[in-house]
Design a protein around this ligand. Structure first.
Ligand code: NAD
Length: 265
């Protein structure tokens, strides 16, 4: 594999499962040293570190709740002690809680906002502060952030209004910050996956009826794989995307293409 990220230091949040784990592996395969942030399941992190090291890469796990300011600060400190700096932050940690608005508790609302949106803010702030100190890094940009958003930053989703609010929020937050820091040569972009096969949506892909319904929304005719998302993140993190900032790359098999119109209006 081409080593587009040789010598760079990356941190991926929520990275011991699903999309985050694939991103960590892809960035390491392209030459980055990777921090695998996680909150649950220490043994999954250990296994992922071993897998990356077995492939010749370098990685370390750091446990932290991305919605907790002290834990985020401590995580970045630990990373800087081990790796010296950060070149690439991938804000991947995210949760969804299903409920109709009439039944939604404030605790449910607060939890989704805290992890998906406040977590993005806290990690982005720590990364930006360090990017501003970066000089002579092995990348044209001084630092790069890639957010894992969702097609639900633009597609409304009944029962998941809190999730949609966070993903739409990430979009304009990221674009505003991209505008603030473009002149400092810091790039901020998002990847918006469609339906990717991971633990977050196991209830859908493990049920044949759920899969049949999903395929009606999927012009490309298959669910996405975690590697589809990881490839887009690696591209946006690399110098090949050096002139790209403040945008969203949809990795969704055409989910945003109003699929119900494909047989005529
Ligand atoms: P996942 O559940 O495997 O990954 C989410 C990760 O975030 C888990 O490892 C979880 O432990 C971690 N996490 C949760 N709360 C955390 C916290 N407070 N601090 C640190 N880590 C925390 O599911 P996934 O599908 O891999 O999701 C990854 C990202 O992709 C999420 O942001 C999700 O919204 C987004 N996404 C997924 C899909 C999909 O179809 N799978 C589609 C669009 C967007």
């Amino acid at each position: 594999m081409e080593k587009r990220l040789n010598g760079q230091k990356a941190l991926v949040t929520g990275a011991n499962s699903g999309i985050g784990a694939a991103i960590a592996q892809r960035l390491a395969a392209e030459g980055a040293e990777v921090v695998i942030n996680f909150l649950f399941n220490d043994s999954a992190t250990d296994e992922l570190v071993k897998k990356i090291e077995a492939g010749g890469g370098k990685a370390m796990g750091i446990k932290a709740d991305v919605s907790n300011e002290e834990q985020v600060d401590a995580m970045f400190k630990q990373m800087f002690k081990a790796y010296g700096t950060i070149d690439i932050l991938v804000n991947n940690a995210g949760i969804e809680i299903h409920n109709l608005l009439e039944n939604m508790t404030k605790a449910e609302w607060d939890k989704v906002i805290a992890v998906n949106l406040t977590g993005n803010f806290l990690c982005s702030r720590s990364a930006i502060r360090q990017f501003l100190q970066n000089e002579n890094r092995p990348s044209k940009a001084r630092g790069k952030i890639v957010n894992i958003s969702s097609v639900h930053q633009v597609i409304m989703w009944a029962g998941f209004s809190s999730y949609c609010a966070t993903k739409a929020g990430i979009n304009l937050f990221a674009q505003s910050v991209a505008q603030e820091y473009a002149e400092k040569k810091i790039r901020i972009n998002s990847v918006a996956p469609g339906a990717i096969k991971t633990p977050i949506n196991q209830n859908v892909w493990s049920d044949p009826k759920g899969m049949a319904d999903l395929m009606t929304k999927m012009p490309y005719g298959r669910m996405g794989e975690v590697e589809d998302v990881a490839a887009a993140v690696a591209f946006l993190s690399s110098d090949e995307a050096d002139y790209i900032t403040g945008t969203t790359l949809y990795v969704d098999g055409g989910m945003c293409l109003y699929p119900e119109f494909r047989f005529g209006g």
